[in-house]
Write a protein that binds this ligand. Structure first.
Ligand code: GTR
Length: 355
């Protein structure tokens, strides 16, 4: 009986082995391939020659997980998707390509293709942009968004062409307030004599002077050590920047005076965009607008997280009452006189949009 089982097993294995070998052999009916047919086949398998993608660089000052950087990355993803890979955008965050003012210059010359910056330093290159960043011009974030996403905002973006930029879209930058390492600021008078870093822009210098304090224009990356070594007493910024720059560690007094709502702006080099087809440029603009929605959501989340973290850290936060805020706003009159002159119609239209 045992012998019979072994015999059966051997027979089964032999059959399986034969079947396996038979699979590898070409079917007898298939004609042998000539050299010609082989060549033809390899030709067909070769993929169509791909058009080389245009690889463009985007400069960003903030770290990789900051809301503007995440907005840039969404923009990059959308550009590649919408152009079917014809255009690829690489995001260089954390100042890898330099500080904002230098980056803007390079975008103007076409050495850098895109950047996301604050409108603050952009006013040096395109002075009319000061209008969308005037102290206390917006009644709220909603008011600002209504303006930026209206024809007024679009006109400011297209107006950038005369300075050799292509304005693509706006991102949220929240409200900016003063912080310092010396004393709590509860009144306008408390600002007197304090040395504040400002963005590299004449309007920002004028603004701090109008408040009776002393302005020092400086690159963002130098602020932390300048406060630490008492070169300056403080600076001004929104919650997420106060947090991620670690300025909150060296300047513990934060007064929520919300003197500015400076939009963030996404721009491209006109020299570079002139080499892109009109169809692709339209897709790039579309991508910028769509990425705005993502950035704004991430912004709101980050604002809340940063505020909670800084309050938790024990910083002294002072909410400026409305009456005192009105004094800050009134003190800004000379800034408006100088930087808003000639734009009265637009300003009236902006103010009429406040609810
Ligand atoms: C931030 C802004 C940056 C940069 C910085 C500054 O709020 O997002 O683009 O302008 O402020 O104060 O230099």
């Amino acid at each position: 009986m045992k012998k019979l089982v072994s015999l059966l097993l051997v027979m089964m294995m032999a059959t399986m082995l034969f079947a396996a070998c038979a699979k590898d052999e070409p079917a007898e009916t298939e004609p042998a391939k000539t050299e010609e047919t082989k060549k033809e086949e390899t030709k067909k398998e070769e993929p169509a020659k791909e058009v080389e993608a245009m690889v463009l660089r985007l400069a960003e000052t903030h770290p990789g997980d900051y809301p503007t950087t995440l907005g840039d990355m969404e923009f990059a993803r959308l550009v590649e998707e919408k152009t079917d890979g014809r255009i690829k955008v690489e995001v260089y965050h954390s100042k890898q390509l330099g500080e904002e003012k230098d980056v803007i210059e390079q975008v103007q010359f076409g050495a850098i293709d895109f950047t996301r910056v604050s409108v603050g330093p952009m006013t040096e290159f395109s002075p009319e942009l000061a209008v969308v960043a005037l102290p206390y011009i917006y009644a709220s974030a909603d008011h600002m968004w209504e303006v930026l996403n209206s024809k007024i905002g679009d006109d400011f973006l297209s107006g950038l062409e005369s300075s050799n930029f292509v304005g693509l879209g706006w991102y949220d930058g929240g409200a900016r307030s003063f912080y310092n390492s010396v004393r709590p600021v509860k009144t306008l008078e408390d600002l007197e004599g304090l040395k504040f870093r400002v963005m590299q822009s004449e309007m920002m210098v004028d603004m701090v002077e109008a408040l009776g304090a002393s302005p020092t224009p400086m690159a963002y990356g130098e602020v932390y050590s300048s406060i630490q070594t008492n070169v300056i007493d403080g600076a001004e910024n929104n919650w997420p920047s106060y947090d991620t720059s670690s300025h909150f560690e060296v300047a513990q007094y934060y007064t929520l005076d919300e003197h500015l709502r400076v939009p963030e702006i996404l721009i491209a080099s006109k020299i570079v965009m002139d080499k892109v087809s009109a169809e692709d440029l339209a897709l790039i603009k579309e991508a910028a607008l769509e990425s705005q929605m993502v950035q704004r959501e991430l912004w709101a989340e980050k604002e809340a997280v940063s505020e909670a973290k800084i309050r938790e850290a024990g910083n002294e936060i002072y909410e400026l009452p409305a009456e005192e805020k009105a004094k800050f706003a009134a003190a800004m009159a000379p800034v408006w006189e100088k930087h808003a002159a000639g734009y009265e119609n637009i300003i009236n239209a902006i103010q009429a949009m406040a609810k």
